[in-house]
Design a protein around this ligand. Sequence first.
Ligand SMILES: [Zn+2]
Length: 293
Amino acid sequence: MAGLLPARPCCQLSELLGIYFGSRGRLLHRGGDGEAAYFSLLRNAVARKVVRLGRAVGHMEAKYQAVKTKKRTTLFIELSLPAGMQNAFKQPAVRAVPEAACDRKALLRGLFLGCGSVNAPSSRYHLEFVAPTQSWAVAIRDLAAEAEVQAGVMERGGQNVVYVKEGDGIVRLLSLMGASRAVMEFENVRVVRSVSGQVNRRLNFETANIGKAIGSGLRQMAAIEKLEVAGRLESLPTALREMARWRAAYPELNLAELADRMKLSKSAVNHRLRRLQHMSANVPPPDHARRSA
Ligand SMILES: [Zn+2]
């Protein structure tokens, strides 16, 4: 989810803004050097994504610095904002939520990367956003509602937390945001739990639904992410690289819809996706790669 960039500039900017607002980014006024968006992030993959999004959206120059403490590493990033783009980073939540469906999805994904988490602790499933402000909490809840996911908002230690506790809702939201790996892990936990003594009708019912919800799109996306992590994506022929980019941007579309958007035949798209999945299956798992390196 943190790896691939969306295909269109509008979506790229929305995702960048989502990470910026979600992680409580700040604007820096640097006198003659203009303004910069300042991020402090805990996850390396998200930090890398910020740098790549900035470059793709507006050739933004990035300065970064990692500060290590005993407990964790914080990554500070300063993105120089082109003059025309500064206002986008100054908006309140009500105006920062874009109109287009593609951008609302990208914004939500960015927000999740900036302030979201998901886990399946022993007692219950839980996905949450620790929203930067109350109005952002409302905006996130409304974006989730558009995907027919019921999210609650609560205050916890002075923070506005948007949460989803229902398993199917969590899967729907993760799928919408293109978090294929998270969906897989979530599914694994559920499956493991269902066979480890806590079996009941409700859980079996949920597990059955999830199999359907994941679908081939997300499996393909997981394959694409695996190729990207292994550094194989960049060296692929253009047609396959484009295919990977499209699938990653639209994991929820079926084959016919995807072919339609790409203005290709269904069989061409099918063929390319199969090739990507085949290549991914031949990539050794990460721990094996580390051992042989
Ligand atoms: Zn867009």
